[in-house]
Structure formats: structure tokens, C-alpha cells
Design a protein around this ligand. Structure first.
Ligand code: GRF
Length: 195
């Protein structure tokens, strides 16, 4: 059974979808802990599902590296096979990425390498494209630059707001994320050869 730690910053709707998938007895992965870089609303989902959680507030540390060291210490307690960044709005320090790579994946609300970064939905909308998408990637040292594990197109509709478009992308992100975690757990996806 693949053990998974999920890191979030926000509402955790994608986390919740993964928690729901993982509670089925035939799902080949288990979420063992949920962590956040702030007092994230999404931590409530972990509590509801009886999954341990922790918060390592970014602002409580002088440097990204010090924050990353504490995050690494918290993760080590659970020795997860896989770390899922599900809306974690912080770059991990390179040392932490190096420690777990390639066993760290990230979801992104755009069709990478289009529109990387924190505002993937806003940037797609501003550029006037008629379709964007969702991606699941391996985390590397760059910003949303790692190998792509799964992605799918999502249309941009006339009159879309950032919120509406994001809400249309998120269900696709969730489905891709669940499929990728399942694929890693069954061995259908080999992170070492994907990277
Ligand atoms: C997702 O679209 C994620 O890719 C982006 O933020 C969103 C997270 O939403 N970076 P939630 O916290 O899962 O509701």
C-alpha cells in the first residue's frame, strides 16, 4: 500500500476528493498525513476523515530553508512513499525537493508548460486563449517545470471569470490526481522513468 502525505494551503477541495477516493478499500494508496503552510481551511477535511494533520506556518520562520527543514522533520515522522502538493502555494526549498524527488507530485490548473506559476488560471484568461487545462507533474527545482504525468484540456468559455474557469478546471485536476496516485501505487506510472 502506497502511503501518501498531502500538502495544502487553501480550501483543500482536491485533497477532499483524494481522501474520498482513498477511503475505498480497493484504492491502492492511503493518505497518512495532511500538512499545510498556514492555518488552511482544508485541514478540516483531514480531521473529518480522521487523518492526522500538521501545520508549519511559513511566516513563523526567518528563511525558506528553515521552514523547509521543519516541514521535512514533520514529513519524516510519517515516512510517506509519495508527497502530493495539492494547492500548496509555496515553493519547496531545493533541499527538500532533492530529498524526496521524484516522489513528489503537484497539480496545476493549466496545461503545462503553458501558464506556470501561482496564477495559471488568471494568466490563461488574460491571454485570451480558448482552451487551457489541468496537469499533474513531478516536482523538480523549477516552477511547474517537472515531467508531466497527466494532463487534459479544459475549454475557456466566453465571459468566464477566473473563479468560474477555475471551478471548471478543478474537477479535471481531481480526476487526474486520483488517476496518477492510483497509477503510481499500482506501478503503472514509474516516477523514476518519468523523470
Ligand atoms: C488547485 O487548482 C491547485 O492546482 C491550485 O489551487 C487549487 C487548490 O484548490 N494551485 P483546493 O485547495 O484543492 O480547493
Amino acid at each position: 500500500m502506497l502511503t501518501v502525505a498531502v500538502l495544502i494551503s487553501g480550501a483543500g477541495s482536491n485533497l477532499r476528493a483524494l481522501l474520498e477516493a482513498a477511503r475505498h478499500p480497493d484504492f491502492p494508496a492511503r493518505i497518512v498525513v495532511v500538512g499545510a503552510d498556514r492555518d488552511a481551511d482544508g485541514l478540516a477535511h483531514a480531521e473529518e476523515f480522521g487523518i492526522p494533520s500538521f501545520s508549519v506556518p511559513f511566516r513563523a520562520f526567518a528563511t525558506r530553508d528553515e521552514w523547509g527543514e521543519e516541514l521535512g522533520r514533520q514529513l519524516e515522522v510519517w515516512s510517506p512513499d509519495l508527497i502530493v502538493l495539492s494547492g500548496l502555494m509555496r515553493l519547496l526549498p531545493a533541499s527538500l525537493v532533492a530529498r524526496y524527488s521524484p516522489h513528489i507530485i503537484n497539480t496545476h490548473p493549466a496545461y503545462l508548460p503553458e501558464f506556470p506559476g501561482a496564477h495559471g488560471v488568471r494568466d490563461a484568461l488574460a491571454s485570451g486563449v480558448t482552451e487551457t487545462g489541468a496537469s499533474v507533474i513531478v516536482v523538480d527545482d523549477g516552477v511547474d517545470s517537472g515531467p508531466i504525468l497527466a494532463q487534459e484540456r479544459v475549454p475557456v468559455h466566453p465571459g468566464d471569470t477566473e473563479h468560474r474557469l477555475h471551478e471548471r478546471i478543478k474537477p479535471v485536476e481531481r480526476r487526474l490526481l486520483i488517476d496518477v496516485v492510483r497509477g503510481i501505487a499500482t506501478g503503472d506510472i514509474d516516477l523514476k522513468t518519468a523523470s
